[in-house]
Design a protein around this ligand. Sequence first.
Ligand code: FMN
Ligand code: ADP
Ligand code: MG
Length: 203
Amino acid sequence: MRPDKPRDPVAGPGTGPEDPFPIRLSGPVIKGFGRGSKDLGIPTANIPADDLSERYPDLATGVYYGVVALDPAKFKYEGQESEKPTILPAVLSIGYNPFYKNTVRSVEIHIMPPLTQPSPTAEGQTKFQQLPDFYGTPLHLLLLGYIRPEYDYVSLEALVEDIRVDCEVARQSLMREAYRCYLGEEGTVAAKGEEERKWLVSF
Ligand SMILES: Cc1cc2nc3c(=O)[nH]c(=O)nc-3n(C[C@H](O)[C@H](O)[C@H](O)COP(=O)(O)O)c2cc1C
Ligand SMILES: Nc1ncnc2c1ncn2[C@@H]1O[C@H](COP(=O)(O)OP(=O)(O)O)[C@@H](O)[C@H]1O
Ligand SMILES: [Mg+2]
């Protein structure tokens, strides 16, 4: 069960991602149990978790933050005109969803709006970003940090509120100079994270 204590506003070292991060994960967006949008109002793009245990046998289950890109041949983010994919902030869970007692591990990614836009999940708000569906679209994900373990919750509302806080922790963590460069925004140090950014947008 979720421990009853206040949450840290950021996660991971301020100096930038530390071993084993950044971690590259990718795959086509597949169907999950359909609970994200329907039960929680939080859509999560699921990608296959099959080769995780082989590639990262020690990767802890839990909640992570990172950045994602979607194949522009199949999905364009609002306002995106060119074939250059938009890199967006993301928060995700890797695990068994103890609240739902899943028996297989899943990777579920909630894609957030750019950091330059106001947060729709600031305290007191629960307007998680809802995009048009993009099932089947190839997705590249760069894991940059670990936030917390997965928990069971006393109620659905408690789970939703903790995921809202995860979104804020992810945002604040990614806002830091040493992480923001992975989003490839103007004004950030271009050289840093360049190789990872190149991989992110190559489909
Ligand atoms: C940031 C984030 C944190 C999550 N944390 C938990 C958690 O602590 N416990 C849990 O049971 N599920 C957690 N979930 C998973 C949700 O329960 C899951 O996304 C939901 O069941 C949707 O599943 P579906 O994609 O199969 O429809 C989390 C999801 C996200 C995106
Ligand atoms: N902000 C978002 N983040 C992730 N997926 C989103 C988002 N907005 C819409 N989607 C779409 O919603 C789908 C996920 O909804 P969800 O209810 O979790 O269903 P499933 O159980 O099939 O994963 C994604 O596969 C994607 O097509
Ligand atoms: Mg999902």
